[in-house]
Structure formats: C-alpha cells, structure tokens
Design a protein. Structure first.
Length: 102
C-alpha cells in the first residue's frame, strides 16, 4: 500500500510540473498601441484597424488589466477586438498561446 501511495504522489508531481507555467485566462485581444485602454467591446473596430495596419496584437487579462505581448501572433490573427479565453505559457510580460476560444 505504501508503494502505491508513493507512486500516486510521484505521478501527481510529474503532472503538476508538466502543467506549470500554462494558464487559462479570460481577456481581450487588442492592438499594442492601445493596450489595456482598448480592452472593451466598443474598441473592436479600432483594434482591427490597427492590427490590419501592422500594429502587433496583445492580450489584456480581464481581471487585472495586465498586458501580455503575444509570442505567436498567428494564434490571435482574426481576433482583434474579441473577448477570448486563452491557454498558454506566460513568461514575464509575454504569452505563447496554445489555444484560444471565443
């Protein structure tokens, strides 16, 4: 029984390490120029226009208005001005998006 408990704890630890750094967050995809100020539905047209003119996209966390540079811009393409849920790895002030859902 003791061996099984140790094995279960080891598996849980390995699973936790594998998921470390990956977060699901709700927020807005907006242009870098406006950042947190653009994190609202009424800004969608402006965000799309700025993105179409070459402005990079960022993710603004809805809960604390943190702004994250998006490492893989293609993952957010077509979502400028949208409120989304992203899952990805956060590293400082940037995020690598693994999945994005409206």
């Amino acid at each position: 029984m003791k061996k099984i408990s140790v094995l279960v704890m080891l598996v849980a630890l390995v699973a936790g390490v594998a998921l470390a750094g990956h977060h699901a967050k709700v927020g807005w995809i907006v242009d870098a120029k406006c950042g947190a100020n653009g994190a609202k539905e009424s800004h969608a047209g402006c965000a799309k226009g700025c993105a179409d003119s070459g402005q990079p996209l960022v993710f603004v966390n809805d809960s604390d208005k943190s702004v994250y540079k998006i490492h893989n811009q293609d993952a957010a393409k077509g979502h400028a001005g949208h409120k989304v849920t992203v899952t990805g790895k956060i590293d400082g002030d940037s995020i690598h998006i693994d999945s994005l859902k409206m």
